[in-house]
Every structure is written in C-alpha cells, then in structure tokens.
Design a protein around this ligand. Structure first.
Ligand code: MRU
Length: 349
C-alpha cells in the first residue's frame, strides 16, 4: 500500500517547487521540479497539477519561480514583472477561480508591502505563497471537520472527478469529511465515478481512497443512475472549481448529470469547497467561463483512437449545476444551506 498522505500534489522543499505529475497516476508516482514559469504554466495546462485548490497553490509558487531571477530589479520594475507573470499564469486554465484568486493575493500582498528592493519584495512573494499553501491544508481539514457528521455508519457515498488530497494541498475538499470519518472509525463505502474523458475518478480518487484504506468502488459515469436506483447511494459529495454568488456550481463535466440523478432519487447532493472557490463577483453560473479542451481527449482512449477521423468534437471540461439541485455547501466556515444568494453573501461577503 502506498502511504497516500505522504504523496503531495505540490511541495515546496529547500526553495524548490516540486509537482506530482498526476497524468502518470496510478501507474507511476513521478515528481517533477519546476524550474521556469513556462514549465509551471504547462504543468497546469496539461493537468500534471490539477484540482482547484492545488492549481491556486501551484500558481502562487509559480510566481516565486518567475521572480527568482528578478531580485536585482527596483520596486517599480519588480512589480511590473510580477503582474506580467501573474497575468500569464492566469491564462493556463480559466474555470477554477482559485488560480486567479491566489495570483491576485500574491500580487496584492507584494504591492501592499513597503519593501523597496527587489530582494525584499521577492521575500514577500515567497512568504505569501507559503502562507496560501499552509492555509489550504488547514482549510481542507476544517471542511472535513464540518462535514464529518454527514457521514454515518454503512453509508454509500458517490463522488465525481477528484476533489481529493491530490486536488489540494492535503485532505482534499469532497474527500475531507471521508478522511475524518475514516479516522474516527466510521465504516462507509465510496463509489467513485470514472470521470471521462481524463478519468480523474478512476485514476486518482479511487487510488487515493483505496490506499487510505477506505472501502472504494470505481464505476463508469453511466453507472451512477443504476447504483442510485439499487439503493447503494445515500449521499453525493463533489468538489467545485467556482461557485457563483447565487450558488450555481461549476465542476467537472458530468457533475450536473449526477446532481439531476440524485434529485430524481431523493439523494442529498453536497458540494465541498474552501472560501476561495466562492466567487461573489460572478452573479450566476452561466457567467462562468467553461474551459474547452483538445479533441484528442474525446477521440482517443489513452493513445488509441476510438472515434472516426474527421468527426466533429465538443470537449467542455466542466459543467454548471443549478443551485436548486444543491443540498448544501460544506465549507471551512461550516455548512451553508439555501437560500444561497443571501447565505453565501453573509458568510463570504
Ligand atoms: O480538470 P480538473 O481535474 O482540474 O478538474 C477538477 C475538478 O473538477 C474538481 O472537482 C474541482 O477542482 C475541485 S478540487 C478540490
């Protein structure tokens, strides 16, 4: 058994940024040092590092990597460079708000400091990235503490994609209540949707939960309705990339279908997220930019072509679940219930 708690999606070690290459899981555990901002951009784009909180943390450290060679600049030139690199990293993936949130936070903290030399400003960039990373671990644990009572003995829980340890700095979001319940000795089973096209559910969630000793099944996406109909599922819990002010939820493509099925079968549908995923500046879900990814992800299974040459393809990486299908948000501040517009504003405004 792999000790999954020791496998980190993002690590800052001896002033070096190390990212786990999640595209190689579950077959190989490969960690890559990131030596340039372009490499960090590419690692985010290619989903070597993925999951909303993890790409926020990786983006913040990406700025450290970018500014490492700029310490001799004066204040104005340093800040101009920092903003340029933040804007560049922000173009890697559009949907998860945590990336732009973390980049903005590093830029704002650096601008707010009264440091006058590039060297001192660089220390602010580094300490802010480290702070975001540490906070993420604490926040995810809090999500687990607030959500643990939703899990009762013998329950079947369905999740979609990977909102686990691998998608954050530790604990994950949707998985945090599972890890805390498991620590407390509560027995339960997890059904992890495969999550086509990139299989984050069967490659990543199934891997991390199974190695943590949690009773886990993986199913293909089209099996979710059947396992619900069979009475195997008592609760759905998923993560999210962005929550609009009205409580609409962007998450991995297929999430909305799961929410509709859960609603049909009267199964509670929870969304777990840190405060940084709630985007009060986006009023409703249809305003969220949905990433479209390359055609090969749909026309191929791994390296093998499975669709005809020349076929037209759509590949939206996320969908938006309407707020009325969400039973509650499990956050680091507690569980948020409807009406979401008022209650999200009260807690995070
Ligand atoms: O494309 P991915 O793998 O980055 O998508 C990840 C998800 O959709 C997760 O559910 C979401 O980021 C929440 S992670 C705690």
């Amino acid at each position: 058994m792999t000790d999954v708690a020791s496998v980190k999606s993002v690590e800052w070690k001896d002033d070096r940024l190390l990212l786990l290459d999640q595209t190689k899981l579950p077959v190989e555990v490969v960690v890559e040092e990131q030596t340039s901002v372009e490499q960090v951009w590419d690692s985010i784009k290619q989903l070597k590092v993925r999951g909303a909180p993890a790409i926020g943390v990786a983006g913040a450290y990406g700025l450290v990597v970018a500014m490492r060679g700029k310490r001799s600049l004066d204040r104005a030139a340093f800040l101009a460079e920092l903003k340029k690199h933040a804007a560049y990293l922000d173009t890697s993936r559009p949907t998860a708000v945590n990336l732009s949130w973390a980049l903005k936070r590093v830029v704002a903290a650096t601008e707010a400091s009264d440091a006058s030399t590039g060297d001192d400003l660089f220390h602010v960039v580094t300490s802010t990235a480290v702070e975001i990373h540490r906070e993420d671990i604490h926040i995810c644990r809090q999500i687990g503490e607030h959500g643990v009572d939703l899990i009762t003995e013998g329950m079947g829980i369905l999740t979609h994609c990977n909102a686990g340890r691998l998608a954050a700095s530790d604990w994950g979001t949707a998985t945090a209540p599972m890890y805390v319940a498991h620590e407390r000795g509560v027995p339960f089973s997890v059904y992890s949707d495969e999550s086509r096209p990139l299989l984050q559910g069967s490659r990543l969630t199934a891997w991390e939960l199974m190695h943590a000793g949690i009773d886990t099944y993986t199913i293909t996406d089209n099996m979710a309705g059947f396992v619900m109909q069979q009475g195997l599922i008592d609760m759905v819990i998923v993560g999210t990339d962005r929550v609009a002010a009205n409580g609409d939820v962007a998450n991995k493509i297929g999430t909305m279908g799961v929410a509709i099925l859960a609603n049909h079968y009267g199964i509670p549908f929870y969304v777990a997220c840190p405060f940084s995923t709630v985007d009060l500046a986006t009023a409703v879900g249809k305003d969220i930019v949905i990433e479209e990814r390359g055609e090969d992800e749909v026309t191929h299974f791994g390296l093998r072509r499975t669709a005809p040459e020349g076929i037209k393809v759509r590949n939206p990486a996320f969908d938006v679940t309407p707020n009325e299908l969400v039973t509650g948000f499990v956050t680091d501040h507690g569980i948020v219930r409807p009406p979401y517009k008022e209650n999200l504003q009260k807690l995070f405004g």
